[in-house]
Design a protein around this ligand. Structure first.
Ligand SMILES: NC(=O)C1=CN([C@@H]2O[C@H](COP(=O)(O)OP(=O)(O)OC[C@H]3O[C@@H](n4cnc5c(N)ncnc54)[C@H](O)[C@@H]3O)[C@@H](O)[C@H]2O)C=CC1
Ligand SMILES: O=C(O)[C@@H]1CCC=N1
Length: 267
């Protein structure tokens, strides 16, 4: 596989680092373009991979192309490159939120093989959780190969396209919400006298261990909550205070706002 990334920002560089770390592909088979040749050269040099002179050159070289630019830029590029993509019979992978398989086919051609993937930022540490679905032209082998690519940097769920928005909120965007939660906990630690760096590390380790507990345990999160709350103790006091401020409803509201925004981006 020769893999080309159109766009090499946060997501693409995280995916590339993960692929290189796990030796999924040799660095000689990974190509990138960015918004300027100068920037492309710098990023490619930093990652130890290949730069392409233009998006067209990249499509000529790569058999699998990941479009990893912001959702409002993707339509412009795909529209420009539609003929070449069809001619090359490339597999096109889109990680842009808000663009459906139908949108992507309209921007390219009815012959275009397309896989939609929603990874998350944790690709950079090999712990992404990604959703994947392909259009009707993608064979099972091609879809499995794309899944294998994203399995290298975490886990992959093949889901129906109608569930992508929900997945984007739950897994694509939620790292940001979790960072916010960790930072808020850390600030509580600072407010009560701990140094910030130490408080952040303690909060992050507590969240990491709690997430692992949910994954490993037969118990539901609610069962686990009950096990932490001693009768008349400290945790139940904190839990009630959080719920007085509608903690659960607020989290759900946050995720639903991302679902709504995803709908708006689709237009
Ligand atoms: N950041 C995240 O956690 C996640 C992002 N995504 C999706 O990934 C996509 C990329 O997001 P980020 O990496 O965060 O964006 P970013 O802003 O960090 O990177 C965008 C890249 O596109 C390049 N670019 C802009 N115009 C270009 C052009 N004409 N030709 C080639 N390259 C061009 C820029 O130089 C940059 O390298 C978005 O569509 C987003 O919806 C999906 C899941 C998670
Ligand atoms: O904020 C965004 O639009 C992207 C999609 C998922 C995470 N970041």
């Amino acid at each position: 596989m020769k893999l080309g990334f159109i766009g090499a920002g946060n997501m693409a560089t995280a995916i590339i680092k993960g692929l290189l770390a796990k030796n999924f592909l040799p660095a000689t088979d990974i190509y990138i373009t960015t918004s300027s040749s100068e920037h492309t050269e710098t990023v490619a040099k930093n990652l130890g991979i290949q730069s392409a002179h233009s998006n067209a050159d990249l499509i000529e070289i790569a058999d699998t192309v990941i479009i990893a630019v912001k959702p409002h830029i993707a339509p412009i590029i795909l529209n420009e490159q539609r003929e070449l993509l069809t001619k090359r019979k490339s597999v096109l992978i889109s990680i842009a939120s808000g663009l459906t398989l139908e949108n992507l086919a309209e921007l390219t051609s009815s012959e275009q093989k397309i896989v939609k993937v929603m990874p998350n930022m944790n690709v950079s540490i090999g712990q992404s959780v990604s959703a994947i679905c392909g259009n009707q032209l993608i064979t099972k082998e091609e879809l499995d190969l794309v899944a294998a690519l994203f399995n290298v940097v975490g886990s992959t769920y093949e889901i129906a396209e109608k569930d992508f928005r929900n997945f984007t909120a739950l897994a694509g965007c939620s790292p940001a919400f979790t960072y916010l939660y960790i930072d808020a906990m850390s600030r509580a630690g600072v407010k009560n006298g701990l140094p910030k760096a130490m408080a952040t590390k303690i909060a992050a380790e507590a969240v990491k261990g709690s997430a692992q507990m949910v994954l490993d345990s037969e118990d539901t999160p609610w069962d686990l909550i009950d096990k932490v709350c001693s009768p008349g103790g400290t945790t139940i006091a904190g839990l009630v205070a959080l719920e007085e401020e509608h903690f659960m409803a607020t989290v759900i509201k946050g995720l639903e706002a991302t679902i709504k925004r995803d709908q708006e981006l689709e237009g």
